[in-house]
Ligand binder design. Sequence first.
Ligand SMILES: C[C@@](CO)(OP(=O)(O)O)[C@H](O)COP(=O)(O)OP(=O)(O)OC[C@H]1O[C@@H](n2ccc(N)nc2=O)[C@H](O)[C@@H]1O
Ligand SMILES: Nc1ncnc2c1ncn2[C@@H]1O[C@H](COP(=O)(O)OP(=O)(O)O)[C@@H](O)[C@H]1O
Length: 281
Amino acid sequence: MEQATFRAAAKINLCLHVLGRRSDGYHELAMLMQQVGLYDRVAISLCDRPGVEVICPGLDLGSGEENIAARAARMVLERARVDCGVVITIEKQIPVAAGLGGGSADAAAVLQGLNQMLKVGLSVPEMMSLGVRLGADVPFFLLGSAAWATGIGERLRPVADLPRVWYLLVNPNIPVSTAWVFQNLGLTSPGQTAKLREFPRDTGDLVRLFHNDLEAVTCRRFPVVVEMKQKLLSAGALGALMSGSGATVFGLFDSESAAREAERSISVATGWSTFVVRSLP
Ligand SMILES: C[C@@](CO)(OP(=O)(O)O)[C@H](O)COP(=O)(O)OP(=O)(O)OC[C@H]1O[C@@H](n2ccc(N)nc2=O)[C@H](O)[C@@H]1O
Ligand SMILES: Nc1ncnc2c1ncn2[C@@H]1O[C@H](COP(=O)(O)OP(=O)(O)O)[C@@H](O)[C@H]1O
């Protein structure tokens, strides 16, 4: 039985502007997205028994249509025209429903991993067009570099050489539904366009880009997000922002030691989950 293990890194949104609502209910966005060093481990085993099984120790994410990794596996198996089955074991480190794209990252790892293991020969653009049917964020994870994202998040322009910085991620252990946040956005006029040509060269440039149109919606329902931002700033973060639809907040630091010191002061005082991570290229 062939087996391989892949790492699936989380993402943060350094800015997220909502530009408008489409007739299918999705929203046009403009975002700067970057992966960070917080990983799920996705182990894929091929087996003789047909079907897809997903095991996620300690969590119940199902193996049916509700599980995005299982859906990704079925898509590749259909194209591979083989009659083997797949068992996927996901060790989650990325908090679930946290604005860090964990499900989409796992799905991208399964698309790439099975494509490789079954020698299906799908190109990256082909995987991206399958991926966007699983989730708007999946193409970004297949790209594998920081990017400006437009459309519903699937139109990507890679950004090279973003400053490598450290983030302290703080999550209150409250799951937030992305669909709920968009439904409660109450968009009345067209949103502001982000300056997509902007090229952040240093930490100051990065912090000046920080903006998230979804933050106010999540903060109204979960005021703890405001508290987490304030705690990060008083602990020395150069900037702090909610990622995606929340509720994770990230604080930016220019050294690992500064981020770890802030983590100590924040996690001593609260029961929140914290992660010190480096930005990925
Ligand atoms: C908001 C973002 C920002 O990166 O991140 P998360 O908070 O999920 O991490 C993403 O756009 C989320 O991407 P993803 O989580 O893959 O979204 P999907 O599963 O496709 O969509 C979940 C729901 O969010 C809404 N949605 C999503 C993307 C988008 N551009 N417009 C939307 O209105 C839709 O109501 C959809 O039913
Ligand atoms: N492999 C998976 N990892 C995380 N969540 C998953 C997975 N498969 C399905 N889900 C479901 O997807 C939803 C969104 O999860 P996630 O991708 O972690 O959040 P977010 O979109 O906020 O980053 C959750 O409600 C969860 O139950």
